[in-house]
Design a protein around this ligand. Structure first.
Ligand code: SF4
Ligand code: SF4
Length: 313
């Protein structure tokens, strides 16, 4: 076991103390309180947590090596040159957000990312500025800023970057560090709703199926004689996912895809549950939620034995 202090760990990782407290409170970092303001955590758990959070090996090692040293196991201490070798610093600061330790050298500050970005200039947003803030260790400032949330994750900056920096990954990583109750707009609420009910707006299964059947009947009367909405059809070629805002507020929009499938004589289906096609876990940097939602789609594909997936979003 190793012992950690919230303040020390926060400083080392370049995050706010509340972020560390929230990790512990939510169980993301499984630690138990000991005397004073210290927490006890197993080495294995701490390594698991560091891997999940993409915390650089050398930063993790600083926490672990200190304890290993205190325990008198000096043979386990990474040599100083290696321990700091993969964290390049500007001044004496480093940042947990630096996905790659070479960033300080790699970013040319050329501005190609800013030129390619369709929202560059909106409210002062500029991807290059974010990269520089990260490189300079201004982690908390960038996490609390609204800039990373303006990004559409389109990836044009990455394509333009002559140094192939993984900018989209960086922006998602920054978002993941925002406390969940401070995620802008309804995004995090949508994630929780999707986890609980299978879609971002919490539409119950019976209402959804009934609506699909009604819209299908309308379509048959309007322009597609004999059309019936194929819900839960096993062995269909395509499985279609749906943006929950369509059944919720714009049900006629669903007809566009359906008309194409009808005209093409396609074999397709919609699952009755977990049909959400918009994964807000992706947008909010919530990898765990994203995995669960993707897993449900895969489960539906396997359960219904469909060949291909259509994600119109
Ligand atoms: S395009 Fe790449 S190298 Fe140029 S400023 Fe942006 S991140 Fe840095
Ligand atoms: S991914 Fe974000 S920062 Fe990059 S070009 Fe698209 S909107 Fe701009």
């Amino acid at each position: 076991m190793i012992e950690i202090r919230v303040g020390e760990l926060a400083e080392l990782l370049g995050v706010h103390r509340n972020t560390v407290r929230n990790w512990i409170k939510s169980g993301a970092l499984k630690a138990s309180q000991t005397v004073g303001k210290k927490y006890s955590v197993s080495e294995e758990e701490f390594r698991r947590f560091c891997t999940l959070q993409s915390i650089p090996e050398s930063v993790a090692y600083r926490v672990l090596s200190k304890e290993v040293y205190l325990a008198g196991k000096e043979e386990n201490i990474m040599p100083q040159s290696e321990a700091v070798g993969d964290v390049r610093t500007v001044g004496d600061r480093h940042s947990v957000l630096r996905a790659d330790p070479g960033w300080a050298d790699l970013c040319l500050t050329c501005g190609s990312c800013a030129s390619a970005c369709p929202i560059s200039g909106v409210d002062g947003f500029d991807p290059r500025k974010i990269v520089r803030m990260v490189v300079l260790g201004r982690t908390q400032e960038v996490v609390e800023s609204n800039w990373p949330w303006k990004c559409t994750l389109c990836g044009k900056c990455e394509e333009a970057c002559p140094m192939n920096l993984e900018l989209v990954k960086l922006f998602r990583r920054i978002r993941s560090l925002r406390e969940r109750d401070k995620v802008p707009g309804p995004l995090h609420k949508g994630v929780l709703m999707a986890l609980r009910r299978g879609n971002n707006l919490g539409i119950p299964k019976a209402d959804f199926v009934e609506l699909l059947e009604e819209v299908g009947e309308e379509l048959a009367e309007e322009s597609c004689p004999g059309f019936r909405t194929p819900v839960e059809v096993e062995g269909a070629n395509l499985m279609l996912t749906i943006n929950s805002k369509e059944p919720f507020g714009e049900p006629d929009d669903m007809k566009f895809w359906w008309k194409i499938f009808y005209a093409a004589g396609e074999s397709w289906t919609v699952p009755a549950e977990n049909w959400e096609g918009v994964n807000w876990g992706l947008f909010t940097g919530d990898d765990d939620a994203m995995r669960i939602m993707v897993g449900r789609i895969v489960d539906n594909m396997l359960r219904l034995d469909c060949k291909k997936l259509v994600l119109p979003e």
